[in-house]
Write a protein that binds this ligand. Structure first.
Ligand code: DGL
Length: 268
């Protein structure tokens, strides 16, 4: 299994921020990515639907012979991680716990903010995991659904994005958070603007970077790292709907050529 690929999935293109972070940290690993573009977005769908989608994708990845599955999507993690772990014997890692661990490490004042999709925030997965570790934390959580579209539009420094962020970040400013968890695949691309707006005294927890570190740690623990640490691994991308829009976005999110993107048919 050491030389098998790592499977990574998301509702669409956003999870490529996680692929990029994993490839940067573990370049020797082969990566297989599935973006469920035909059914994007996941952020406002019911938990039952998300669980079914996540199961179908994990089934596909397992058939590709992956050694580990990374649920790059925050919404799929909060709704589907437990079901996937119950169903499959292979290791399945979600994006929430690494973000929680990083937030716990970063906060000095104990005042932590979380932003994410409606599904992620309503599930309270981040809030509960943080409070379980440190019940005295003061948490401010808010759904910031417009940010996904703004990132896909490439409005990363646009005045409209800044205006919307002013509104979205207001409760976090009022609560004087010293740490903000970017609880969505797309938000690492807004790290620059959010950082400028909140200033250096607020730590931004990037779920992609922390997920990559968690993958490295798990491979080490299970002795599953690729046997040739000098090689450069491949990145194979599948999408449930192919469009030029996806191909363009994939290039931007991945930060390099995305190669040939193949179509995947996902069924029960
Ligand atoms: N990938 C989703 C997440 O991280 C954001 C996009 C969507 O709503 O599907 O929650």
């Amino acid at each position: 299994m050491k030389n098998a690929p790592i499977g990574i999935f998301d509702s669409g293109v956003g999870g490529l921020t996680v692929v990029r972070a994993i490839h940067d940290l573990l370049p020797q690993e082969d990566l297989i990515y599935v973006g469920d573009t035909a059914r994007f977005p996941y952020g406002n769908k019911s938990p039952a639907t998300i669980i079914r989608y996540a199961q179908q994708i994990t089934e596909f990845l397992q058939k590709q012979g992956v050694k580990l599955v990374v649920v790059a999507c925050n919404t799929a993690t909060v709704h589907g991680l437990a079901a996937l772990r119950e169903q499959w014997a292979l290791p399945v890692l979600g994006v929430v716990q690494p973000g929680v661990d990083a937030a716990l490490e970063a906060t000095r004042s104990g005042r932590v903010g979380i932003i994410g999709t409606v599904g992620t925030i309503q599930s309270k997965a981040y809030q509960q995991a943080l409070l379980q570790a440190r019940p005295e934390l003061h948490i401010t959580a808010s759904a910031t659904p417009l940010l996904v579209s703004l990132v896909e539009e490439d409005w990363l420094q646009h005045a409209a994005t800044q205006l919307i962020l002013e509104e979205y970040l207001a409760p976090h400013r009022a609560a004087q958070v010293d740490t903000l968890v970017l609880g969505c695949t797309h938000y690492p691309l807004l790290k620059g603007l959010i950082g400028q707006m909140l200033g250096p005294e607020v730590a931004l927890v990037d779920s992609a970077e922390n997920m990559a570190r968690a993958v490295a740690e798990r491979l080490r623990q299970d002795d599953l790292g690729h046997s040739n640490s000098k090689r450069v691994g491949t990145i194979q991308i599948y999408a449930s709907d192919l469009s030029t829009q996806f191909a363009n976005l994939a290039h931007r999110f991945l930060g390099r050529e995305a190669g040939t993107i193949e179509k995947v048919v996902l069924t029960d």
